[in-house]
Design a protein around this ligand. Structure first.
Ligand code: CTP
Length: 405
């Protein structure tokens, strides 16, 4: 893996040299970026010698001013060339910059431009570590899917005892390893994922929909691609970037999703139905806008086709994973849906909790299998939840293959 290691300005910066070594020993290629403050603690030459590469020390090249344009766009190139960004030690200042999107030096600019996995290993004085501002910044980063290696407790360089010490470089390298471990455990699978809400028109300007943001389904799609699967994503209207490497089919209504899913079913080996499909629609949508009247108004709704149940009927030996969005009796309802829709697995979540599930970046789920297992995941960012769900999917796939063999 290609790891870009950001070194922040703290007394622990010297340990980053050992971290470079530990990463190299694990077969990673390391590019070092140092903040100005870091250079007060350790010379860039140390890292240049260890990595046999130029160390990036600023946004603009001072060595060769004529190269300024090249340097000014270097953060984009570095962001694209590397698989993972690790920052160790991450100072309180860097965490604040990352959390609030400041981009006034190379490392903070790189952080914003980087779309891959990010790990931070904070190190600072205990009072700074426990300050509400640092806690809030870390929570923001965690919500956005940044992995955090918590500092150790012990004697700190400032002469106090408490939490804030950079963990052993081996431990950080281990954490980086487990993030980058190229788990291509979905290689050869063709996964069909549905995501987002559907919109059911009432008239030319109005529709029935729900609060689904599509974030869970999109996170599943990008994680599945990362793990080697071919992914077709059938998505209702959402405001999200298209995940890299995914075949996207955009639909609007439940009927369109039904048609798109059945059309894409044949090559699929795994189907994950995370979409929040409308249960009812207006069969005869008037051509003209419905006018307001002084009396009560009611809509005549017909049930939409149950896509998951339809796939369940045709599933063959495909793995079928449904979602159950509940406000009460979550496990019982999820079990009922698993049986009635012929799913192999159901991901259940409560959707009436603030800050979790619908519209949120966070989720907490129970993953139920046909065999009666229940695996809990979260609360965590949807990227992390997607990884945990796919762990279970890959495990189930292996178990079924073992039974067949
Ligand atoms: N689903 C579907 N087609 C529908 C409705 C739901 O494919 N017309 C799928 C969803 O994508 C999800 C699962 O069924 O994977 C469960 O959705 P949910 O809204 O929780 O359940 P419903 O079947 O709609 O049941 P209820 O409204 O009683 O909770």
């Amino acid at each position: 893996m290609r790891v870009v290691l950001g070194v922040g300005g703290g007394i622990a910066a010297y340990k980053s040299a050992e971290l470079v070594r530990a990463l190299q020993q694990r077969g990673h290629r390391v590019q070092v970026v140092m903040t100005n403050a870091a250079q007060q603690f350790v010379q860039p030459l140390t890292f240049a010698a260890l990595t046999a590469q130029k160390v990036i020390t600023g946004l603009f090249s001072q060595e060769s001013p004529q190269d300024t344009l090249g340097s000014a766009v270097e953060h984009i190139a570095i962001a694209q060339e590397n698989d993972l960004l690790a920052v160790a030690p991450a100072t309180a200042d860097l965490l604040a910059k990352f959390a609030h999107g400041l981009a006034d030096d190379f490392l903070s600019t790189l952080y914003l431009a980087f779309t891959g996995p990010v790990l931070v290993a904070p190190a600072m004085n205990t009072a700074m570590w426990e300050h509400p501002a640092t806690i809030a910044n870390l929570n923001l980063l965690r919500e956005r899917g940044v992995s955090i290696v918590e500092p150790d407790a012990g004697w700190l360089a400032c002469g106090t005892m408490g939490a804030g010490r950079l963990p052993d470089p081996e431990q950080i390298a281990e954490a980086i390893d487990s993030m980058t471990a190229a788990r291509r455990d979905l290689e050869g699978e063709s996964i069909l994922i549905t995501a987002g809400p559907t919109q059911e028109p009432i008239d030319p300007v109005r529709y029935i929909s729900n609060r689904s943001s599509g974030k869970m389904g999109y996170a599943l799609a990008s994680e599945a691609v990362r793990r080697g699967a071919r992914v077709t994503l059938i998505s209702g209207p959402v405001d999200l970037p298209v995940p890299r490497g995914v075949d996207l089919v955009r639909i609007r209504t439940a009927r369109e999703m039904y048609d798109a899913v059945l059309a894409a079913l044949e090559p699929a080996t795994i189907i994950i139905k995370s979409a929040a499909v409308a249960d009812y629609y207006v069969a005869d949508v008037p051509k003209q806008k419905i006018k307001k009247t002084a009396t009560r108004f009611s809509l005549d709704l017909e049930p939409t086709p149950d896509i998951l149940a339809a796939v369940g009927e045709r599933k063959g030996d495909r793995l079928l994973i449904g979602f159950a969005a509940e406000t009460e009796n979550m496990i019982a309802e999820a079990r009922r849906k698993m049986v009635s829709k012929k799913c192999d697995m159901v991901v259940a979540n409560l959707v009436n909790r603030d800050g979790l599930g619908f519209e949120s970046d966070q989720n907490e789920v129970e993953i139920l299998t046909r065999a009666g297992q229940i695996v809990h995941a979260g609360p965590a960012g949807k990227k992390e939840i997607a990884a945990r769900i796919l762990d279970q999917v890959a495990r189930l796939r292996l178990a079924l293959q073992a039974v067949e063999a």
